[in-house]
Design a protein around this ligand. Structure first.
Ligand code: PGA
Length: 264
């Protein structure tokens, strides 16, 4: 039985490999203005941005100086803490830059960088070692959807990623069907709900019922201002991991404000 808990919705913008540090600063400023203009209530929805590594310091400085209440996250981290690993970024460095979150196991990392479930599990451990909250991404390809249905692959991926994670760890899970990322194709709210509920059951099994009750499970894949509310109505969907639409300040602000424009 999963304990009932209040989960603050999390709207996370994964910028992927877009925007240099100057463009990053401009986007965060515009997003802040858009939300201030709309009188967005800060505590109602948590907003997080995930810029490329080279932008993190500039964005952190801006958030700090202008007291902007967005959480900061990175898109990946090394399994190692330091040493002779050319090109890698340690979780320790991300923590020093005031990152709260780090995305782990995004399907683009799984596909283009051959990240296995075991590598992803090691990255989850690295994030936790450095006090970062891992945003663990799972999802099935179109072939896997046709062969196994929607939940089987993401459930299996999450079971491995949560190996050895303590029950009191703070984590976020993101269900992103690979066939819905950047394609304009979306899962139906019912599909998203079913898989997010199955993932919450994995958290209950691998961590405990309390963890399952408090952990945010996000949906991702072609989320826009026009469809966010349909997902947020589902009881096991606690937010969204947004790619393309997070690069457009007004559109991302409208997604953050899903409670207002559709009356969820
Ligand atoms: P999308 O990307 O919103 O552009 O589909 C989502 C993601 O990959 O996190």
């Amino acid at each position: 039985m999963v304990a009932v808990a209040t989960r603050t919705p999390l709207i996370a913008g994964n910028w992927k490999m877009n925007l240099d540090h100057l463009q990053a600063v401009a986007l965060v400023q515009k997003l802040d203005w858009a939300l201030r203009d709309a009188k967005h209530e800060k505590g109602s929805v948590e907003v997080a941005v995930f810029p490329p590594f080279t932008d993190l310091r500039s964005v952190q400085t801006l958030l700090d100086a202008d007291r902007i209440a967005f959480a900061l996250g990175a898109q990946d981290l090394s399994t190692h803490d330091s040493g002779a690993y050319t090109g890698e970024i340690s979780g320790a460095f991300l923590k020093k830059l005031a990152c709260t979150y780090v995305i782990i196991g995004h399907s683009e990392r799984r596909e283009y960088h051959d990240e296995t479930d075991e590598v992803i599990a090691a990255k989850v451990q690295a994030a936790l070692r450095h006090g970062l909250v891992p945003v663990i991404c799972v999802g099935e390809t179109l072939e896997q959807l046709e062969e196994f249905g929607a939940a089987a692959v993401p459930v299996g991926q999450l079971q491995v990623a949560l190996e050895g994670v303590p029950a009191d760890a703070e984590i976020v899970v993101a269900y992103e069907p690979v066939w819905a990322i950047g394609t304009g194709k979306v899962a139906t709210p019912e599909q998203a709900q079913d898989v997010c509920a199955a993932l919450r059951a994995v958290i209950a099994e691998k961590l405990d019922a309390d963890a399952a009750g408090r952990t945010r499970v996000l949906y991702g894949g072609s989320v826009k201002s026009g469809n966010i509310a349909t997902y947020m109505r589902e009881p096991d969907v606690d937010g969204a991991l947004v790619g393309g639409a997070s690069l457009v300040s007004d559109e991302f602000a409208a997604i953050v404000r899903f409670q207002k424009h559709v009356g969820v």
